[in-house]
Design a protein. Structure first.
Ligand code: NAD
Ligand code: MG
Length: 395
């Protein structure tokens, strides 16, 4: 008899979380939602608990957790509410859970993702910040505990699909020359450079092809998202920076490509809908129906490519720089970016000051070895402190 796989969904109320529930709902004969989490958006979490009846709901904010507990009690729900950050690690490691979707945004996703790795789970990784901050540590933990890592980021999922099934981390052994990471170029690909300083959060969050959370939307506009993804690809596929080429492809139909030594280039195509990579990773190695509409190539009609302009997208260059520097540099980059993006979204930092802030933090903080979680957490803390000081000067 086939048992249903138990699933924990970290970041259930976010864009990835909701898309994941959409796919899970279509396959309730294969999956059982064991736990859901949210930071504080408990109204949405309440609805999800009513619909999916998980054993646990974890809420970081204590007051919000109490509210959810009362709401669920009032309707006689069997779901137990857990509160606080540590609860995220607990639900990532439950024995009845086989699969953990790591879809919290930002550095907050690191500890729960590590907990899932230590528990040997099948990890569906959307939280790219985990690999950016602690790539070496995370990959080692996955290996040491026999966890399985499946990328959710559409580009990395595409690369995973275009690599041979038996890929074991040695690109040369399977004849791979380069990885081509596609990027839409975001909403400001053609905006005259002098106008960038006036960009508002609303403009930056209006992505031409994807509907996403605010932080990743701003990251897509600055192309820091692609920079973080270069670092993510480095760790996932054991690829040096020189072997990763970023290609702007405004239609977002080709999700990434793998170039082989014989001249073959294998791409994965599809409509820009995160349910495709989510479904692929959930079902792997099986293919699942996801509700994604079929790709109509006649409607797409053409696909374009261009080289990224680093003067327009300095964040991309900074990410390559941090990857080359190694150690704690990517964690510093990530933390400085989180502070900068939050300040921009709150109207306290100009769009064009995002890379200025990150560059100054990278210059200020010396690179250390990132061998332990403590090293990474300390680098993250120092970078945030430094970024806030910078902001103080600018304000
Ligand atoms: P989102 O903002 O829509 O949702 C974030 C989720 O994380 C919410 O459930 C929120 O409650 C939770 N959360 C936020 N802060 C938290 C904290 N401090 N502690 C615990 N939980 C917290 O974000 P999203 O767009 O769904 O992105 C989630 C992750 O997936 C990000 O790392 C992003 O880079 C990655 N990703 C997203 C997309 C996309 O299309 N949205 C694509 C590729 C990768
Ligand atoms: Mg992506």
């Amino acid at each position: 008899m086939n048992e249903r796989r138990g699933v924990t969904l970290l970041g259930a109320t976010g864009t990835i979380g909701r898309n994941t529930l959409d796919v899970l709902e279509r396959h309730s004969e294969r999956y059982r939602v064991v736990a859901l989490s949210a930071h504080s958006a408990v109204d949405r979490l309440f609805e999800q608990c009513c619909a999916f009846k998980p054993e646990f709901a974890a809420v970081v904010d204590h007051a919000a957790a109490n509210r959810l507990r009362d709401q669920l009690k009032a309707v006689g729900s069997p779901t137990e509410v857990l509160a606080g950050e540590a609860a995220l690690e607990d639900i990532a490691a439950l024995p009845q859970v086989d699969t953990v979707m790591a879809a919290i945004v930002g550095a907050a996703g690191l500890r729960p993702a590590l907990a899932a790795a230590r528990a040997g789970k099948r990890i569906l990784l959307a939280n790219k910040e985990t690999l950016v901050m602690s790539g070496h540590l995370f990959m080692e933990t996955v290996k040491a505990h026999g966890a399985t890592l499946l990328p959710i980021d559409s580009e990395h999922n595409a690369i995973f699909q275009a690599l041979p099934r038996d890929f074991d981390g040695r690109l040369d052994a399977v004849g791979v020359r380069r990885i081509l990471l596609t990027a839409s170029g975001g909403p400001f690909r053609r905006t005259p450079l002098p106008e960038l300083a006036q960009i508002t959060p609303e403009q930056a969050c209006a992505h031409p092809n994807w509907v996403m959370g605010k932080k990743i939307s701003v990251d897509s506009a600055t192309m820091m998202n692609k920079g973080l993804e270069v670092i993510e690809a480095h760790w996932l596929f054991n690829a040096s920076a020189e072997r990763i080429q970023v290609v702007i492809h405004p239609q977002s139909i080709i999700h990434s490509l793998v170039e082989y030594v014989d001249g073959s280039v294998i791409a994965q195509l599809g409509n820009p809908d995160m349910r495709t990579p989510i479904g692929y990773a959930l079902g792997y190695p099986d293919r699942l129906e996801t509700g994604v509409s079929p790709l109509d190539l006649f409607k797409v009609a053409r696909i374009d490519f261009e080289e990224p302009d680093l003067a327009r997208f300095p964040c991309l260059a900074l990410a390559f720089q941090a990857l080359q520097a190694g150690g704690t540099a990517p964690a510093v980059l990530n933390a400085a970016n989180e502070v900068a993006v939050a300040a921009f979204l709150e109207g306290r930092l100009a769009y064009t000051d995002i890379p200025v802030l990150i560059e100054s933090v990278l210059a200020d903080i010396s690179v250390q070895a990132a061998s332990s979680l403590d090293d990474v957490v300390e680098a993250d803390r120092r970078a945030r402190e430094c970024a806030r000081r910078f902001q103080g000067h600018r304000a």
